[in-house]
Design a protein around this ligand. Structure first.
Ligand code: FES
Ligand SMILES: [Fe+2]
Length: 340
């Protein structure tokens, strides 16, 4: 047994914040992937993530650095660095060029989230994150910000753990109070993307619950994982949809920054920005449910060869094989053949 499955951080897109929380001119010191970094938004509105230490004499740009146009100014001697990490100007030696630059990270802003690409082997992104359709659909669903953006903070959790919930059909009974295990309906791997559907009886064994007032209802959870950094669970019950994205971004070998972003179908006829009624209750319920998982994950130890039981090895083994591609430097990212 060991605490981390492999020797590197997994490759992929990771959330590092919410667009709404980074205004033009904002500068933040951040730490991810065991690196000191500076996150800022230029006056033109670009999000930039650079290695934090100034190449001149090593000041940390996140502490006192100032945005100037499309650059960040070092607080120590005023050297100006572009949002792409190149040296724009030495203010007291304007004609002098120096062959230095800062490491610049690829970022994206999609559906209100700020993302960064990480690859231990320095490769460029080979996929883009498509986003979450319910996050885009603010007419049909509540906007994710602010009420759907839950900052969990830094926890002792590795990105593998949240996504490993996907093949774990039995944990629903113990962690989430389900009356029976989930039933696998779909398992489809497509390169970095894993798509599944799990059948459920909501309100199993109970005459009536707030969610199922007329007795048990068959519904499903659709899960989508893009690498190990971003995974979404979509709960579908009688046409009412709740979409919940879990994002785990490594801070160091043992800790990740966790974000939980959630929305659901609007109450019929409501154009209120704030969820009400069943929608409000469902969002609070799911925020609580994911906390039950966090409590397990942050105290869990990674077991490399688990003694599986009850048929759980089938999808768990497939999951483990699928996940390996994010830790490896394969010329072509590994693809699992689809079963006939
Ligand atoms: S350390 Fe940044 S300008 Fe000198
Ligand atoms: Fe769970």
């Amino acid at each position: 047994m060991k605490d981390w499955p492999y020797d590197v951080f997994p490759t992929g897109w990771y959330q590092i914040g919410y667009s709404a929380e980074l205004a033009a001119g904002d500068v933040r010191p951040v730490k991810y992937f065991d690196r000191e970094l500076v996150l800022f938004r230029t006056q033109e509105g670009e999000v930039a993530l650079l290695d934090a230490y100034c190449a001149h004499l090593g000041a940390h740009l996140g502490y006192g650095g100032k945005v100037k146009g499309e650059c960040i100014e070092c607080p120590f001697h005023g050297w100006l660095w572009t949002h792409e990490g190149s040296l724009a100007e030495i203010p007291y030696a304007p004609g002098e060029a120096r062959r230095v630059k800062l490491g610049a990270w690829q970022t994206r802003e999609i559906d209100g989230l700020i993302l960064v690409w990480y690859d231990s082997f320095g490769r460029d992104p080979w996929w883009e994150w498509p986003g979450i359709r319910e996050f885009k659909d603010t007419a049909g669903c509540y906007p994710i910000y602010p009420q759907g953006a839950d900052h969990i903070g830094i926890r002792k959790i590795i990105p593998q753990s949240p996504v490993e919930n996907t093949p774990d059909y039995y944990h629903f009974m113990w962690v989430h109070g389900a009356g029976q295990p989930g039933k696998p309906l779909l398992w489809k791997e497509d390169g970095h993307f894993l798509h599944t559907r799990i059948g459920f009886v909501f309100g199993h064994g109970k005459k009536s619950t707030w969610l199922t007032p007329d007795g048990p209802v068959t519904g499903e959870i659709e899960t989508e994982a893009w690498g190990l950094g971003l995974s979404n669970a979509r709960f579908v019950l009688n046409g009412f949809v709740t979409s919940q994205l879990t994002a785990a971004t490594p801070v160091d070998r043992e800790h990740s920054q966790l974000f939980d972003t959630i929305t659901c179908t609007r109450e019929p006829g409501s154009d209120d920005p704030e969820p009400t009624g069943t929608a409000a209750r469902m969002l609070e319920f799911q925020k609580g449910q994911i906390r039950q998982d966090f409590a397990i994950w942050e105290n869990q130890r990674y077991v490399e060869h688990p003694p599986f039981a009850g048929g759980e090895e089938e999808h768990y083994a497939r999951f483990r094989r699928w996940s390996r591609q994010f830790y490896e430097n394969a010329a072509e990212p590994a693809r699992e053949p689809e079963p006939a």
